[in-house]
Structure formats: structure tokens, C-alpha cells
Design a protein around this ligand. Structure first.
Ligand SMILES: Nc1ncnc2c1ncn2[C@@H]1O[C@H](COP(=O)(O)OP(=O)(O)OP(=O)(O)O)[C@@H](O)[C@H]1O
Length: 211
């Protein structure tokens, strides 16, 4: 006779994020109108929408950098956020720029530099890095954090094809290790099994208000 244990149910994926009905105004403008989404371990969500649709605003709200006007963001673990600014001090070397992230994080600096092809630039002042190298340096901070949830706002800006491939490999490894990410991008990413969440432009709402 068969017992229930002969038919094990698949493991329930670990939930990393719940966004419930988040609404955000910037000034008088409605930017996010009741956005809901969830993210589980292993997920990669591509956040799409036209310029000004609120992609960066949503990532900042999820990160806690701004409060939603209504709705709720529930994070079940640490997160790392990559914004538009690379935030490197020009006079410090690459290693010095990443020292604090290394200290606060749980991952190895040599491993992160290697994965992003930055090892040969370790002792170079950040002001001498190219824009693509700076972008990879900023991404290294995300890797160093050891946070399971990554919020990546246009991570590929300034990257060449080989660097985008490297980033794709790093993201795949993170997912395989139980991490997850939300990525805004205007270019295709080398990622498998992504989910997509499209934010509509609410510009018409503003013009309605002003009329
Ligand atoms: N500091 C601010 N004060 C007021 N409004 C702002 C501010 N920053 C952004 N906005 C407005 O919020 C809206 C959403 O901006 P956001 O940067 O989130 O869009 P986005 O989808 O990330 O755009 P893009 O694709 O151009 O990066 C835009 O209409 C923008 O003008």
C-alpha cells in the first residue's frame, strides 16, 4: 500500500519578498499605482516599462530608501541595491573603494574581482577606471554583501558584450545559490527562466489632473 510519503510534495520555495499594493507619489504625480509582486529564492524578475514608468522608484521603495504612500513591502532577508550611481571615490583605489563593502559583507573580495574581471585593476585609482569598469566595480559591492535579494537598476549600462555575459554568469550563480533579483534593463540580459513585470506609464494620469 502506498503512503503519502511515497508522493513527496515539491519543496515550497523560500519567499524573499512580498510587495503588496504599493502606491507612490512623487510630488503631485502618481508614479506607482498599487504594485504587487513576490520574489522567491531562485527568481529573476525583469522590471520593464517606458522611461519614467517608476522602475527606479519601485526599487528604491523596495530597498527602504523611500516609503510607499500606501501598501506594504515585506523583506524576508538582507538586500543589496545597485543604483544608477557607481558611488566610487575617484582618489581611492578599487580595493580601497570596496574595503567597507568587504568588511560589512560575507563574500570574498578576490572572488568578486575575479568573477567580474577586475583583479588586474585592484590597485588603480577609481578615477582611472573606464565607465564599464566602474559599473562592474559597483556590482562587486552587491556581490560582496552576501545578501540574498539583489535590486539591480540598469546594471549593464556602459558594459560591453563580454562583460554582460560575465554579469549573466554571476547572476545565474547567485540564483543557483538560493538568491533572487529584480533587474531593470533596457537591453536583453543573458538570463534563463526570468519573470517579467511591466510597469505602465501613468503620465496620462498627471495630464488628467492638470486639465
Ligand atoms: N526626485 C524626484 N522628484 C519628483 N519626481 C521625480 C523624482 N525622481 C523621479 N521623479 C519622477 O518619477 C517618475 C518615475 O521616475 P523613475 O526614475 O522611477 O522612472 P524609471 O522607470 O526608472 O525611468 P527610466 O527608464 O528613465 O530610468 C518620473 O516621472 C520622474 O520624473
Amino acid at each position: 500500500m502506498t503512503s503519502p510519503s511515497d508522493f513527496p510534495t515539491p519543496p515550497v520555495p523560500e519567499r524573499l519578498l512580498d510587495v503588496k499594493g504599493v502606491t507612490v507619489f512623487r510630488g503631485d504625480r502618481l508614479v506607482l499605482d498599487g504594485v504587487s509582486l513576490t520574489l522567491d529564492a531562485g527568481d529573476a524578475m525583469i522590471l520593464t516599462g517606458p522611461n519614467g514608468a517608476g522602475k527606479s522608484t519601485l526599487l528604491r521603495t523596495i530597498s527602504g530608501l523611500r516609503r510607499p504612500d500606501s501598501g506594504e513591502v515585506i523583506r524576508y532577508g538582507d538586500l543589496a541595491w545597485l543604483g544608477h550611481q557607481d558611488a566610487l571615490k575617484p582618489g581611492l583605489t578599487l580595493a580601497q573603494n570596496l574595503a567597507l563593502a568587504e568588511k560589512l559583507g560575507t563574500n570574498s573580495l578576490p572572488d568578486a574581482l575575479e568573477a567580474l574581471d577586475l583583479t588586474h585593476l585592484t590597485d588603480l585609482p577609481a578615477r582611472l577606471l573606464s565607465s564599464g569598469q566602474k559599473r562592474r566595480a559597483a556590482f562587486a559591492r552587491v556581490m560582496l554583501s552576501g545578501a540574498p535579494l539583489w535590486l539591480l537598476d540598469e546594471p549593464t549600462v556602459g558594459l560591453d558584450v563580454a562583460s554582460i555575459e560575465r554579469l549573466g554568469a554571476v547572476m545565474a550563480a547567485h540564483r543557483a545559490n538560493g538568491g533572487a533579483m529584480i533587474v531593470t534593463t533596457h537591453v536583453p540580459l543573458p538570463l534563463d527562466n526570468t519573470r517579467s513585470h511591466e510597469l505602465p506609464s501613468l503620465a496620462h494620469v498627471e495630464s488628467f489632473w492638470l486639465s
